[in-house]
Design a protein around this ligand. Structure first.
Ligand SMILES: *[C@@H]1O[C@H](CO)[C@@H](O)[C@H](O)[C@H]1NC(C)=O
Ligand SMILES: *[C@@H]1O[C@H](CO)[C@@H](O)[C@H](O)[C@H]1NC(C)=O
Ligand SMILES: *[C@@H]1O[C@H](CO)[C@@H](O)[C@H](O)[C@H]1NC(C)=O
Ligand SMILES: *[C@@H]1O[C@H](CO)[C@@H](O)[C@H](O)[C@H]1NC(C)=O
Ligand SMILES: *[C@@H]1O[C@H](CO)[C@@H](O)[C@H](O)[C@H]1NC(C)=O
Ligand SMILES: *[C@@H]1O[C@H](CO)[C@@H](O)[C@H](O)[C@H]1NC(C)=O
Length: 506
């Protein structure tokens, strides 16, 4: 926040004069589109190029029963070998940028900086060069959950020294790739990453009670993020001139007849606010501090289970985002738990969630299509954090792998319409949109059972061949026209697009 933003890519902010009719189909000028992937979920080559063992190699190999289809990412989409094909598809669909993450254990196989793996460095340089050659902007996530296992053996994110170890790794990333990369995120989704320190749905699967490990993990990740941000500011920004943020997953809230706006705010603060408030306002949200202290006391703790930041850390973390990197999938209706009126505290937030049966189902039970909630969230972020520049860095829908993925197209279309209204009617400053994901991939505890790709990957074949789904052709047309397309109408033209596309790219 300390520097003039968005010098790169000539991403411009358009302001609209209010008019009676909002054109909710056309994207603002300069609006950009991208696709996302992440290292462990797509690249495979788990034991090649002298990569070290990371936390997901260990978890998937030692606890196959933790994963729905008992699978692992040893080969995944084999993007380590097939990245040129992935980038070529990205180019052919017309996307402007490609978000990917760097495997920490491929850069520092032994966890520490005494051994930097040149082969690993070269691999990501090759990817970046190939992107640039195809005029696609790289968007680099420095760390997407997959830290070296040796660091986990030493406590992982419950050990505060991880802050330094991460910072040492991030400095190498800026040194090696910063000259060619203008958009970074430090850490993907602290709140989701840290779930692995309270339940077994993701690695490391440590069942630590009462959110103690979870909060400690978020606490240390925020410090690690801020440290990397300041390293960039002090050592690299002047020469590299890029922008940097942290991917914040936020769910939306939808009100029902009870109109419980207080519960909606509390739910927002307990998830999105855990990362948003320290960075945009300073420290954890007051309601989170108050409630965790209250529930801790009720449980017999002598102090709050939520760690406290010193005033120095509060100001060091505040302001460490050049843009708001938003990952968004779904929403809920929230209420205050009525049991609390009787003095019974069942959760730190005191919030209960409901999902409407009319909301469209995906292949993940909690992930419903709720476009209204997405719009609400975009306006909440605007109001809460003083209308920051937002890049949507993930949004997508898991189905059962159909090539004719009309549910996914419907999801995209309804969410994007909300996005356009938020920009044009409500003046939200949203500059880009990223699809999760380019490819079907390994989704942690769900394995390969919840495909998100606009491109299908045949995981049964050693060549892992890629097949674009209907949504990929729909996107091609959306990007070409800079305009949302109707689902049925576009389906007619898609047959044509598909055959033209196929004859051009045989
Ligand atoms: C890498 O792992 C595969 C199994 O995924 C195994 O077949 C192969 O031998 C291993 N390669 C090396 C160099 O250890
Ligand atoms: C995961 O943890 C739950 C308790 O939270 C337990 O019931 C379940 O058996 C565990 N699953 C595995 C695979 O260990
Ligand atoms: C819901 O609550 C908001 C904020 O308190 C208020 O402005 C609005 O009028 C309420 N709506 C209804 C239908 O009660
Ligand atoms: C979603 O699934 C639930 C339970 O399986 C079902 O009751 C509901 O009708 C489904 N919703 C839609 C919109 O299909
Ligand atoms: C792979 O094979 C299994 C078993 O034959 C089948 O159930 C599954 O659908 C196949 N997956 C893909 C992606 O083709
Ligand atoms: C859409 O087009 C595909 C071919 O690209 C076709 O298989 C499908 O039936 C069409 N769906 C609808 C709803 O028209």
């Amino acid at each position: 926040m300390k520097h003039t933003l968005v010098l790169v890519l000539s991403w411009t902010i358009i302001s609209y004069t209010s008019c009676d009719e909002i054109d909710s189909l056309t994207f603002p000028d300069g609006f950009l589109f991208g696709v996302a992937t992440s290292s462990y979920q797509t690249e495979g080559a788990w034991n090649e190029s002298d990569k070290g063992i990371n936390m997901f190699d260990s978890w998937s190999h030692t606890c196959p029963e933790c994963i729905r289809d008992r699978s692992h990412g040893d080969i995944a989409c084999d993007s380590y070998h097939k990245y040129k094909e992935d980038i070529t598809l990205t180019k052919q669909f017309g996307f402007n940028y490609y978000r990917f993450s760097i495997s920490w254990a491929r850069i520092l196989p032994a966890g520490f900086t005494h051994y930097v793996n040149e082969e690993g460095i070269q691999h990501y340089k090759d990817i970046i060069k190939y992107l640039r050659k195809n005029s696609i902007e790289p968007m680099v996530t420095i760390y997407h959950y997959d830290h070296p296992q040796i660091l986990e053996d030493m406590g992982g994110w419950t050990n505060e020294l991880m802050v330094e170890w991460y910072a040492d790794y991030a400095r190498i990333i800026f040194q090696e790739f910063g000259p060619m990369v203008k958009i970074f995120t430090t850490v993907n989704e602290p709140q989701e990453m840290c779930a692995g320190y309270k339940d077994n749905g993701t690695a490391p699967g440590k069942l630590l009670p009462h959110n103690i490990g979870y909060y400690l993990c978020i606490h240390n990740l925020l410090k690690a993020h801020a440290t990397a941000y300041h390293i960039y500011d002090e050592e690299f920004r002047a020469s590299q001139n890029g922008i940097i943020s942290i991917n914040n997953p936020c769910s939306g809230q939808v009100l029902d007849d009870s109109n419980d706006t207080i519960a909606a705010d509390t739910a927002f603060q307990f998830y999105c606010g855990m990362v948003g408030h320290p960075i945009y306002i300073g420290d954890y949200p007051p309601i989170v501090k108050k409630r965790v202290a209250l529930v801790s006391k009720y449980q017999g703790y002598h102090k709050s289970r939520l760690p406290r930041f010193s005033p120095e850390w509060i100001s060091y973390i505040k302001g460490t985002a050049d843009y708001f990197a938003l990952n968004q999938y779904t929403s809920e209706i929230v209420h205050s738990d009525p049991d609390e009126a009787r003095g019974i505290y069942k959760s730190d937030s005191g919030i209960t969630h409901v999902r409407k049966s009319t909301w469209h189902n995906s292949s993940i039970y909690w992930l419903k299509s709720v476009p209204e909630g997405f719009g609400n969230l975009l306006r909440k972020i605007k109001d809460e954090y003083n209308n920051p520049i937002v890049y949507i860095t993930e949004n997508g829908f898991p189905d059962h792998g159909e090539l004719n993925d009309l549910d996914r197209i419907n999801y995209f279309r309804s969410y994007l319409e909300e996005l356009i209204i938020a920009v044009k009617r409500d003046d939200c400053r949203i500059l880009s949109y990223t699809i999760w994901s380019l490819l079907d991939n390994w989704e942690f505890g769900y394995g390969y059972t919840t495909p998100f790709g606009i491109v299908k990957v045949n995981f049964n074949s050693t060549s892992r061949e890629r097949t674009p789904k209907l949504s990929a052709y729909w996107w091609t047309e959306v990007i070409r026209t800079h305009r949302l397309q109707d689902v049925p109408k576009i389906n007619d033209t898609l047959a044509k697009i598909e055959s033209v596309w196929k004859s051009n790219h045989r």
